[in-house]
Write a protein that binds this ligand. Sequence first.
Ligand SMILES: Cc1cc2nc3c(=O)[nH]c(=O)nc-3n(C[C@H](O)[C@H](O)[C@H](O)COP(=O)(O)OP(=O)(O)OC[C@H]3O[C@@H](n4cnc5c(N)ncnc54)[C@H](O)[C@@H]3O)c2cc1C
Length: 417
Amino acid sequence: MYTTDVGTTWAGTHTFGARRLYLPGSLSEAAEIVGSLDRVRAVGTRHSFNDIADGETMISLVQLEPDVQLDEQARTVSVCSGTRYGVLASWLHDRGWALRNMGSLPHISIGGATATGTHGSGDTNGILSTAVAGVQLINAEGEVLDFDRSHPEFAGIVPSLGALGIITRLTVDIEPTYEVRQDVFRDLPWEAVIGELDTVMAAGYSVSIFTVWDEPTASRVLVKSRLDVDAEVPTELFGAPAMHHGDPELAALGANRTVQGGIPGPWLERLPHFRVDANPSNGDEIQSEYFVDRRHGAAAMDALRGLASEIAPHLIASEIRSTAADNLWLSMAYERPSLAIHFTWLNRPDALTNLLPRIEKVLAPFDARPHWGKTFVAQADLMKTLYPRLPDFQALRNRMDPTGKFSNDYLRRVIGS
Ligand SMILES: Cc1cc2nc3c(=O)[nH]c(=O)nc-3n(C[C@H](O)[C@H](O)[C@H](O)COP(=O)(O)OP(=O)(O)OC[C@H]3O[C@@H](n4cnc5c(N)ncnc54)[C@H](O)[C@@H]3O)c2cc1C
């Protein structure tokens, strides 16, 4: 079954040019479709902001049953790739299990998030793909293949931009369920953001700094503390006071937020910023994000402050997060503990045409790696210098997909094949 009504990304930032979107009713039907097509791209829940998922034809596994399989002994769960994080999270929590971390929204598919290196925050937390223990995919011949961490090229297969095949199932590490509280600190002076960055980012299990760059303070710092891990929760951060539950300013942030103000709750209702039953973020927006080596985080932010008057008029908010280093070839945090500098922009693509090159120039001395699923201007020549394992990934891709069945304009532009 297919539709010719292919539509747009979630935010409407890209209208897909594909002629057909296939919606198989089973994995065997998916394999048959993939085997029969010359060109096909997977699409998940469409929460990327660029043309990464587009192609001549697309296939979606989002409507398939999650078919969750729990292995308590191995501490893993296996699930259909089109399943949304929120669905898996609630299934796990009901059985006493948890994921280590989540992104800002639980609405995204696990397959799509894994493909682009989606991440949350936390000095000790890798991007979400670091929890992936196994990948099942349909290859260019329409065969179903399984890979796990014992495969020598597994690190190249996990975030793979949809370029190696259509991922059907993912096996993910789990741990016993736990509780988290979110505390919000108001108006952290910029001197502390820059001068005490490491202490601020270490204030909890997962920390996010929110700023619009042109004010003397970062307006909010969101500290997520794990009740079973974090010894104590700060009551203030370098003079920035905590906002309490019931504070009208907290409520004014939006009813789509998960509970803040220090009220403990299950991990799946605190680690994402947005409630699973509400529309996340703003919707009419564009997002960009750049990862810099943690050592250069403060200097990179200081450099961006120099562009504050150009950035602020087009910005809804920036969020600064941290991630642990990993060994995944296409990870934005490959071999670098990282500071992720994110921008949620007003929906003004024309303004970004001028502004993003300026931002990327300012961040160039810090070898800033763009988030694959967001809006950026860097192209293949530069990306090869930023992602040192890109040549290895291309060699793997050429072996697994010699005819370019899973290639598209985005991949040709951004990785050069
Ligand atoms: C409101 C909002 C908040 C966000 N917050 C965060 C955040 O906190 N952290 C973060 O890192 N990102 C964030 N993002 C970006 C988002 O997480 C990523 O773009 C992610 O890829 C979206 O998953 P998706 O299922 O929508 O993927 P899609 O956008 O549908 O697809 C993305 C890529 O995944 C590939 N893909 C999808 N399914 C498969 C499959 N089955 N097999 C092979 N390849 C596949 C596609 O081919 C494409 O290359 C946010 C986006 C939005 C809209």
